[in-house]
Ligand binder design. Sequence first.
Ligand code: ZN
Ligand code: ZN
Length: 280
Amino acid sequence: MTTFSKPMVMTERQRRFRETYRANISPFYNGLLHVSVMYAVGVSLLVYCINQLDQATWAWMMVLPVALAGNFGEWAMHKYVMHRHIDVFALRAIYDRHTRQHHQYFTDTDYTIDSVKEFRIVFFPWRVLTVLGLGGGAVALVCSYAFGANAGYIAYMTVIGHYVLYETFHFCCHIQENAFVRNMPFINTIRRHHAAHHNLGIMMHKNMNLTFPLADWFMGTSDVKRSLLGTLFNGFDEKHVDPALKPLIEKFRDSQVQQDSATLDGPLLNAQERAALGGV
Ligand SMILES: [Zn+2]
Ligand SMILES: [Zn+2]
C-alpha cells in the first residue's frame, strides 16, 4: 500500500544519491537525540507560556492572525528561500539542504525512510528552532505591547506550535505507510500533497505548504484543483490533480528522464511544461 496508486520505485539516480548521503552522515549523529531535543525545547516553551497566562479570554483570538501569517510564511519560505538559489551564506545553506539534498533523497516514487539515522534528512537542524524562537519572541513582544501580555504569550505559542506541527507533519510525509497516515484527516492530505511536491518535474513550483495547504490553494500553487474544503480534506485522492500537470508528473517519474533532465537545481523544462506550471 502506498500513498499513490502506483508502487514505490527507487530510480538509479536516487539510489546513488542516498548511498553517498548516508555515507557522509557523521558517526556521531544520533537521530533520536536530534528529534528529542527539538520536541523537548518546543514543548517546554509551550508549557512555560501556558503557565504565564492570566485569565486569557479574547487574547486567544491572536491564534487566528498569527497562524494564518504562519501558513503563508511557511509557503513563502519554502518557495522563495528553500527553492531559490540566493548566494548569501545562510540562504544558500538552506537552499542546498532542501533543493540539492532533501529533494534528491526523496522523490514521488520513493519518499520514505527506513532508519532513525535518516532523521538527519527529514528534520531541520536545531539552529532553525533557535532562529524561530528568537523571531517568534520579537513577534510576541510587539503583540504584548499592543494587546497585553496574554496576547504576547499566545502569539509565541502559535509560532512555536506551528513549528512543532510542521516538523511532525513533514515526518508523517516521509515515514512508511501506515493506517494513521492513511486515515488521519489533514495528515493524509499533507502526505499526498508533499509526496507530489517531491516529483522532480514540479518540485520548484507546486505544493509549498507543509501543514495545511491553505496558501497553496489561495496562491494557485496546489497540484489539485478543488474548493478550499476539498483541498484541505483531499486525503490520498488523485482524482483532482490538475490535468495540465499530469504529463509532466508522469514524465519525471521515469528513470531515464531523471538521469537526463533532472538537475540538483530542478528540472530542465520545455516551454509547454513551464506553461503548465503557471508560466514560471
Ligand atoms: Zn519532504
Ligand atoms: Zn521543497
